[in-house]
Write a protein that binds this ligand. Sequence first.
Ligand SMILES: Nc1ncnc2c1ncn2[C@@H]1O[C@H](COP(=O)(O)OP(=O)(O)OP(=O)(O)O)[C@@H](O)[C@H]1O
Ligand SMILES: [Mg+2]
Length: 213
Amino acid sequence: MSGFFLTIEGCEGAGKSTAVNLIKEWMSEKGIEFTETREPGGTRVAEDIRSLLLSHHGEALSDTTELLLMFAARSQNLFHNIEPGMTAGKVVICDRFTDATYAYQGGGRGLDQQQISTLENLVQGSRRPDMTILMDVDPEVGMARARGRGELDRIEQEKMDFFERVREEYLNRSKVFSEQYEVIHAGGSLDNVKQQILSVLDRRLASRIKGRI
Ligand SMILES: Nc1ncnc2c1ncn2[C@@H]1O[C@H](COP(=O)(O)OP(=O)(O)OP(=O)(O)O)[C@@H](O)[C@H]1O
Ligand SMILES: [Mg+2]
């Protein structure tokens, strides 16, 4: 038993939380043991770092501060949730992970991907997602959905071209790491999106977690 690390990615309002809920239902029906977490966050300290990252301050966060806080929160999440879940042979479902750092701090902010990779190795060792479900949607559509839920946080207040770059980097990674990624066309109706996710779970996840959990 080595566990299975499943991450869900995508821009704001793409439907990540909706996907996580569907995945949890699917796993419960199949009697698969799972644990759920999110980034940035997932532990008390990491959730505090999340509010530092997402709330509005009297001072700007430098891009490097943002990057380091993301990885500091990740280190806590790995230590308290992800690694113990994997050791226990569970499916660990994580709402965003390091692919989001490549997309937002790399693609969006323009930070050097090589430096992100250095931090990834430092913080994670060899830990990488076993599968990533990318909820891909036009950022305008996603943002309209996110807006419907209330006030926008610090990162959500970026301009649309920022989110275009984020999306582009996610799609780029989905091609480079095609074995890891499953891309869901998340712009369709809720029913259509759910069907796509269920098909991925039945077609790919079911066989890949066999023997792992
Ligand atoms: N395919 C869809 N069509 C229409 N509405 C949707 C669809 N998917 C999700 N929604 C709705 O859009 C909103 C955002 O969805 P959700 O919270 O799942 O996105 P998210 O990616 O988790 O957002 P965030 O980045 O803010 O965490 C919710 O109100 C949800 O019900
Ligand atoms: Mg969400």
